[in-house]
Design a protein around this ligand. Structure first.
Ligand code: R5P
Length: 295
């Protein structure tokens, strides 16, 4: 008898999340076997018969973006050769999306190269990919590619923890998240204008009209990487008279001393989703991934 339960395969960055997705999707979880050759090449193995099964491979591309992408590409190939009915690659955090244009002469369009690595999948799903100059994933992927958003779970977290706060988007790119989330739960949102001089030098100023003085503030961003954007936003909010300042983001990379930077800037709570695992990953996205898989 045909088995209609999807096989959910967890890559090395997303074993825990993939188990949760399997539960939410009523699927069967297995961990991808990943090993390295002495020269650093990756080998993957799927220890299950996949003939006629729908297969979903879940792997975030942080840490080790390049290895993680290769792992997914190899797993897609292995699943297809194993006779899978369909192969969906889920990248809860999808790297290379900020390199969405040729910034300087002689540089590649990295987002499109990343897409080519994954194009053998029948379908690609990412949670809140950094869509800025590229408006839709389908603009870079040949495979069917869709994004799903953590807005609903972020909004619910903010509503239940910071119900009177002002939501701040620290730059034009993040304001799409801040505004949508604030609107969902009836909070005010304002935007800052960011100038980035380098990875670690960021200046922000107020661009929106909403008053933060005397209010708690929640800074919402799609990702926290070095932490400089959110730290500068927090310092500005404090200078403008905000009371407590918190940070809620989708992808919490928190590179290097990012957490210390955020704390020094006066941020009380730091919260992210579990697209990237870590101590601040308190908002679960497994159900929304399961829903996206079934759409
Ligand atoms: C930028 O466009 C994104 O929305 C984030 O604001 C940015 O990637 C955060 O980077 P960092 O934490 O290094 O300032």
């Amino acid at each position: 008898m045909a088995n209609h339960r999807p096989v959910i395969i967890g890559g090395s960055n997303s074993v825990t999340l993939a188990k949760r997705v399997a539960r939410a999707a009523h699927g069967e979880f297995i961990a991808l076997k990943v090993s390295r050759f002495p020269d650093g090449e990756t080998l993957v193995r799927i220890s299950k018969k996949l003939q006629g099964r729908a297969v979903v491979i879940v792997n975030s591309t942080y840490p080790n973006a390049n290895d993680a992408l290769m792992e997914v590409a190899l797993a897609v190939d292995a699943a297809k050769r194993g006779g899978a009915l369909s192969v969906t690659a889920v990248l809860p955090y999808l790297a290379y999306m900020r390199q969405d244009t040729v910034f300087n002469p002689g540089e590649p369009l990295s987002a499109s190269v990343m897409a080519r690595v994954l194009n053998d999948a029948d379908r690609v799903i990412a949670v809140d990919p950094h869509l800025h100059r590229i408006r839709r994933l389908s603009d870079v992927f040949k495979a069917r590619a869709e994004s799903t958003t953590a807005n609903a779970v972020l909004a619910e977290y903010i509503r239940s923890h910071y119900r009177t706060a002002v939501v701040v988007g620290p730059d034009a790119e993040s304001f799409q998240w801040a505004r949508t989330i604030a609107d969902r739960i009836g909070l005010k949102a304002t935007i800052l204008r960011k100038t980035r001089f380098s990875a670690r030098r960021v200046v922000v100023r107020l661009a929106g009209a909403v008053v933060v003085k005397g209010h708690d503030v929640v800074i919402v961003d799609d990702m926290v990487s070095t932490g400089h954007t959110v730290a500068e936003a927090a310092k500005l909010a404090k200078r403008l008279g905000a009371r407590k300042v918190h940070c809620v983001c989708v992808h919490g990379l928190f590179l290097g001393d990012a957490v210390r930077l955020l704390k020094r800037a006066g941020i009380r709570d730091i919260v992210s989703t579990n697209t990237v695992p870590g101590p601040f990953a308190r908002i679960d996205v497994s159900s929304l991934i399961a829903e996206a898989v079934y759409q």
